[in-house]
Design a protein around this ligand. Sequence first.
Ligand code: NAP
Length: 513
Amino acid sequence: MQILDSYVCGAWKAGAGEGAELTNPTSGETIARTSTKGVDMGAVVRHARDVGGPALRALTFEQRAAMLKAVSAAIHAHRDELLDLAAANGGNTRGDGKFDVDGATGTLAAYASFGKSLGDRPFLVDGEGLQLGRTARFWGQHIRVPRRGVAVHINAYNFPAWGMLEKAAAAWLAGVPVIEKPAAATALVAWRIAHIIVESGLVPEGGFQFLCGSAGDLLDHLRGQDCVAFTGSATTGALIRGTPNLVEHNVRVNVEADSLNSAILAPDVDSGSETYGLFLSNVALDMTQKAGQKCTAARRIFVPRERVAEVGQDLVAELARVPLGDPAENGVRLGPVAHARQHADVIAGIQKLSAVADILTGGTEAPRAGCFVSPTLLVAKDTNEAVLHELEVFGPVATILPYGGDADEAAELAARGEGSLVCSVYSNDADWTERIVLGLAPYHGRVWLGSDKSAEQSLPPGMVLPGMVHGGPGRAGGGEELGGLRGLEFYTQRVAIQGFKGLVEARFGQPPG
Ligand code: NAP
């Protein structure tokens, strides 16, 4: 059985021992193993700091932006091969695979374009200068410089390509080397991309290392200039954040965790409107794309009480139009969940939800052999049941929750998720929308608005865009990524320079014009 190797300290190295198993969730067949046993994690960290960091910092922002563009193109050239691997190891349909792989190359390309205009100084100017003294002679200016450490990226199983490269894009543009660790269960796509990156020779040695398997004692080697960006479950996120060495050395940690996202239908939306059609198709897309294994997928669907029967019927009809089957086959739009453990989790989750909600379609019965789950829509018996606001069932599952139609009530119910990545709101009433946005905002990273005016051009709420921030407070991890150049903040040190205006402004101020 092939052991997927790691790229560390300038060489490919296969770990020792049995390692973890990668399977095909459609057939159940074992396709490879991962192991990092025997990798010297301290040496990996030193290689990044001593070799990768200086090499990346020797490039200007513009040169690093050009590097991102070239890496994007190198990966895109292998797109079909990567989509096949995503079907084999992740259960991804072709559309699901594209969402991940094109999302990865698209984000690299977007960061290449954000970086193009950053010029050739080794720092970024942060805001305007400020008079500090009695006269303008004593002046202050903030700048941001690349930190002198390494960025450790620990990624979730559901986006092996995008998860790795959306993080690497921001770190590389900032001038910081990365150590990427994919989730073991679906590492095949990330592993192939790692080979493509190394073979391309585009990233300076030490700027990219890849750990295919367990992180071992990696986090114990980090210090105050290093950082960890983690994506995965809230439980693992809490464990990583609490790692004593990270706490002791104030290592920056960004956590992107799970989330009980919601979709809210306002009472003004009538069933013949474009907004209603958009609501139905977005909810069905969230439930079925990547078999519902999207951190941004809506799990709670808030619907005015008197519309629940109608919406339930329409969503069931929408879901019935999504063909389920072998993701490698043409036309299939719903594949299996990614592995057997995940399958067992989803079935157990449906069982828990069905104690407080009626199943309208789907359920725990397997539609076919393999890790398949039927799209499962439930309707809550009582919207106040805590489990509906606490349990993320990470599969093709969502629950309709009836509410009274008031904007403040809907915002308060959505906030019971204790912090989510995204909430989508469907309304054509500007006053109602303004009220709910302000109620939702403190509890969300993103609020997405659907209306007749934007329906035709809107991108779905489950799609994370490189120019907008991604993350959410509380339960969602409390982290923030992307958001254009905001994404570089995590990898740079903001420093206040104070001194004679003539010097501070000329050397560290905004460039003229
Ligand atoms: P997970 O089990 O928490 O694993 C995430 C990553 O952490 C994996 O790479 C895993 O490695 C690693 N890991 C586990 N224990 C570790 C430890 N003690 N030290 C260092 N690394 C450790 O999550 P998952 O099942 O892959 O992902 C599903 C969850 O991710 C869902 O809840 C979803 O909502 C969330 N998610 C959130 C976002 C977001 O942006 N907010 C995006 C995608 C997914 P191994 O695989 O080798 O164990």
